[in-house]
Each structure stands twice: as C-alpha cells, then as structure tokens.
Ligand binder design. Structure first.
Ligand SMILES: [Zn+2]
Length: 156
C-alpha cells in the first residue's frame, strides 16, 4: 500500500511517496490534492515499483496535479527513469531535479546506487557517471544501463 506524506514549506508542498504505485494508489494520491500549494516537489526515493496500472494512475494524477502548479520530481529511482524514457507522459511538463543510478563493479561485484543532480547538465552527468570508483576494490564502477539511454529524458 502506498504511503503518502505531505510536508508544507512556504509556497511549496513536498509529497513523499513510499511503497508501490499500483492500481490502489489513486485514492491516497488524490486525497492530497486539496493540500497542494503552487509548487509541488515529489520525492520518489522510497517508491518500490510502478506496475502498468500504477503508471496509468500516475499519469492521471499528474494531469490534475499540474493544473495551475509547478511540479518537480526528486530522487527518481533508475527504473522509474527508464519508464519515463519509454513513456514521457509520466513526467510531462515536470522538472526532474535528481535521480538515483545503479552501478556495479565488474571486478568484485559490489553494487551501489548513487544520487545525481540534473542541474549540472547532460555532459557533466555523463562525465560524473564515468568516474565512479568502487569503494571496496578501487576499480571503476559501471552504470547498470547505457548512460545515453538513461539520460534520454534530459534535453541537454
Ligand atoms: Zn570492486
């Protein structure tokens, strides 16, 4: 069951989501709408997964949420970004501020999720992703996805 936490600060509402976004997420999401201020920042760090009905639920919710408001996403998990890249309606008109990318070490098998900020731009992101080092053995870490494909959602 999706847990939704609402935090208010000045003109901004932060919507913190935890759990699965599925066909049952709709009522919990819609219940927050009366509390939404002009700017809405959605935190996805604790979202477990989106299933296909959840994607539809989210697209419908976003349409209403965006009406008269600025919406941004933060801490998007990598699989959500992959879904956004396939289905741009998931982030239509939304600024994606930050995301998590999954890395693995080919030498020792160590796996790690690392956070990135989109503000630095695509070229700098590509560079930063290319120089991650394994904290266990010192080899370079590989992104578990092609960087170009992952960054499709960013224009520059
Ligand atoms: Zn390693």
């Amino acid at each position: 069951m999706l847990q939704v936490t609402v935090e208010q600060q000045d003109q901004q509402t932060r919507l913190i989501l935890a759990g699965p976004i599925d066909d049952q997420a709709g009522p919990a999401l819609r219940a927050t709408l009366p509390q939404m201020r002009k700017q809405v920042l959605v935190n996805f760090s604790e979202v477990e997964y989106f299933n296909s009905l959840g994607i539809r639920t989210w697209v419908n919710f976003l349409r209403v949420l965006r009406d008269g408001r600025e919406v941004a996403y933060e801490h998007c998990p990598m699989d959500f970004l992959q879904q956004i890249n396939m289905m741009p309606a998931l982030s239509q008109g939304v600024e994606i501020q930050s995301f998590q990318a999954d890395f693995a070490c080919k030498s020792c098998g160590f796996e790690k999720s690392i956070g990135f900020t989109c503000r630095i731009g695509k070229a700098a992101l590509r560079e930063e992703m290319g120089r991650q080092v394994c904290e266990r053995c010192g080899s370079s870490l590989s992104l578990q996805e092609d960087a170009e494909s992952l960054l499709l959602f960013l224009k520059e």
